[in-house]
Design a protein around this ligand. Structure first.
Ligand code: RIB
Length: 305
């Protein structure tokens, strides 16, 4: 095994409309799609599509959406032997997407918020075979922290995608357990109180996050590129030119790509370049897990750029 993911699993209902409704307003949409989502599941699918052996630990309900999520994970080649099915309904997300490829998402966490220490124990049993552990913030924070501690104890690098943006700065104990933190602009603002918009501001943010305890940080600026810092080494990856139709799960594609590249031994600079191409390609297709690119597509985009 190379990539281990501890995270959320949702069923996404995506509604595509020319523009998103304002509060109190109704708009007509063009079409809808139901598919696998949840940041944990999306990141696991991204890594599996990139040919990394990938295990996902998390929870789904004993409902129809749970069956649907499980079938999709199997179809995408994610190992789910340690997935728990519980009485709480499967997590669900309602996603609005407009013509500018922007989205807004409401999540009802359901079974994801039933994850507890017993799931962390199941995760611990998989750590000896893992090359890295991928975490996000859609599970209860104490379980995310326990998973990070367990990975530290096992000597397994921890990658944390601090999404969705936390309501307050993350505990120093969690930041100190992270090997690579990958916030976007909104998440950086939630963590540091300032929103980076330029390469220089993103590099400064990465340096501040290092001062707060993370070993390395990749600060994502969406269509403006990615800044990264590890130790005293830093760099900036310019954006890949693509035609975006739906930005949902682009950050998840980035995380899955980063994990798969680090798991096969790439240095951070190369892994970030690869991950940025994964994120760009995910925006060219509708959906979340279903939008994840293959390794061949990523290599082609990197070579073309
Ligand atoms: O990052 C995108 C994901 O966020 C969606 O798939 C949705 O389920 C929410 O978790």
């Amino acid at each position: 095994m190379s990539v281990l993911v501890f995270g959320s699993i949702n069923v996404d209902i995506a509604l595509y409309a020319h523009r998103l409704p304002r509060p109190g307003e109704t708009v007509h949409g063009e079409r809808y799609a139901i598919g696998l989502g949840g940041k944990g599941a999306n990141q696991a699918v991204a890594a599996a599509r990139l040919e990394a052996a990938t295990h996902l630990v998390g929870r789904i309900g004993q409902d129809e959406f749970g069956d649907r999520a499980r079938a999709a994970l199997d179809r995408h080649g994610v190992h789910c032997e340690t997935l728990q099915r519980c009485e709480t309904p499967t997590g669900i997300a309602l996603i609005g997407v407009d013509d500018a490829a922007q989205n807004c998402i409401t999540v009802v966490p359901g079974a994801n918020f039933a994850v507890d220490d017993s799931d962390v124990h199941r995760l611990e049993r998989l750590l000896p075979q893992a090359r890295c552990l991928l975490l996000q913030l859609e599970l209860p924070l104490p379980t995310v922290m326990a998973a990070a501690r367990a990975a530290n104890a096992a000597g397994v690098p921890v990658l944390l995608d601090p999404a969705p943006a936390p309501p307050e700065p993350l505990p120093p104990a969690l930041l100190g357990a992270v090997d690579v933190l990958t916030p976007n602009e909104t998440e950086t603002e939630a963590l540091l109180g300032r929103r980076p918009t330029t390469a220089e501001e993103a590099l400064n943010a990465a340096q501040t996050l290092q001062a707060q305890g993370v070993a390395a940080a990749a600060v994502k600026l969406g269509e403006r590129g990615v800044a990264f810092r590890s130790g005293d080494t830093q760099g900036f990856v310019r954006p890949y030119p693509v035609e975006s139709v739906d930005t949902t799960a682009a950050g998840d594609a980035f995380s899955g790509g980063l994990a798969s590249a680090l798991a096969r031994g790439e240095v951070l600079a190369d892994a970030v370049r690869f991950a940025a191409a994964c994120g760009a390609l995910a925006t060219t297709r509708a959906g979340a897990a279903d939008a994840m690119p293959t390794a061949r597509e990523v290599r082609a985009l990197i070579e073309a750029g």
